[in-house]
Ligand binder design. Sequence first.
Ligand code: PRP
Length: 213
Amino acid sequence: MRADTVNIALPKGRLGDKVYAVLEKAGYGCPELPGGGRRLVFETPDGAARYFFVKPSDVAIYVERGAADMGVAGKDILLEYTPDVYELLDFGVGRCKMCVCGKPGRKDDPSSTLRVATKFTKITRDYYAGLGRDIDIIHLNGSIELAPLLGLSDVIVDIVETGATLRENGLAPLAEVCDISARLIANKAAYKFKYNAVAELTNRLQAVLEGRS
Ligand code: PRP
């Protein structure tokens, strides 16, 4: 085993597949990976990189605690949990928007506290604090779109990618909170102690993303 192998936490699923395609182009492919079944750990033949597939929302935890040297996490997770990691580059995949959504044409009444349902309580608090708007946060874990339909909340703050989930539930985006995409992150100690390997991987990825290789 090489001492400078870079351990990388990748999100399982569609986003991970897109990210892996970029890593492969950058020269960090694993021949056994496509169709690798349920295996969770893969290493490149030259030992330059080792991949762990984890739940997307767990990537930042692996990297922050040093179980992985690097990882790829959505900007939503980085804004929500503010892990103590370096953000090195924007992968440009997994693009979507964090939006306030509700019944189409809903007008805000600033005289009453706004009830907001979301999985992203920090992002939501920060957004409304910036507007100076009083809110009552309702933390949910999924199927957020149901909350305004059932009168549990006035609006939701959630991720909108294609907009299909909103449309199929009679809701619409009312305001944009921020842009989201997948980011390459690094553990702070690994960035120092494996600097050459981390920098090479980052530079090669950047070259692929900029179309230089
Ligand atoms: C996200 C989000 C929306 C949906 C938006 O859910 O919470 O429900 O995607 O995508 P669309 O605009 O393309 O319809 P996700 O699939 O991540 O599942 P979860 O919220 O249930 O975890």
